[in-house]
Design a protein around this ligand. Structure first.
Ligand code: NI
Length: 184
């Protein structure tokens, strides 16, 4: 089922998600909803926090940019090591239409459980996949890419998001400007 994506600022986006104790039907259904919602929004990553669920679950599919990568459902993801630094222009499905440069680790290794509850490890992820894994695990801790920006830039974006929410509430959603960066 396609779910509504929370738009920042929203207090629910600042909450810290809880570890999943058991991968059961409810968690698998959450994974399925996350994939459906992410694809409907044409994003390349989505965290449960963004649809108001406080379980540590994210989905990532960077295949539009890195064709060799398969869709990933990650439950209780943990970044166990990281190397280097890179600067990436990031967007976020919870901050529509905005993108800014964020400094991240260049490469990360992540451990998690998959949709069947099996332990998996993504070793030495690089490029957009590395950025997406960091961006989504950040969401589970209540951190958005705007939290990595200067206070000034964050306030400018906050004002535009308030206007956007007002427009949505009043039924005049502005035209999609066609982002060149896939949102996470
Ligand atoms: Ni995001």
């Amino acid at each position: 089922m396609v779910r509504d994506i929370l738009i920042w600022p929203d207090p629910r986006l600042k909450e810290k998600a809880k570890p999943v104790a058991r991968v059961d039907r409810a968690i698998q259904s959450l994974v399925d909803d996350l994939f459906e919602t992410m694809y409907a929004a044409e994003g390349v990553g989505l965290a449960a926090t963004q649809i108001g669920a406080l379980d540590r679950v994210v989905v990532v599919d960077v295949s539009p940019r890195q064709q060799e990568q398969k869709p990933l459902a990650l439950i209780n993801p943990v970044i166990v090591s990281s190397t280097g630094t890179t600067t990436w222009t990031e967007g976020c499905l919870s901050v529509p239409g905005e993108s800014e440069e964020v400094e991240r680790a260049e490469s990360v290794t992540v451990q998690a459980l998959d949709r069947e509850g099996r332990r998996i490890e993504i070793v030495g992820a690089a490029g957009l996949l590395a950025v997406a894994l960091q961006h989504e695990t950040d969401h589970l801790d209540g951190t958005l890419f705007v939290d990595h920006l200067s206070a000034l830039k964050r306030e400018v974006i906050r004002r535009r998001m308030k206007k956007l929410k007002q427009d949505i509430a009043e039924g005049r959603r502005p035209l999609d400007e066609g982002e060149d960066q896939p949102a996470l």
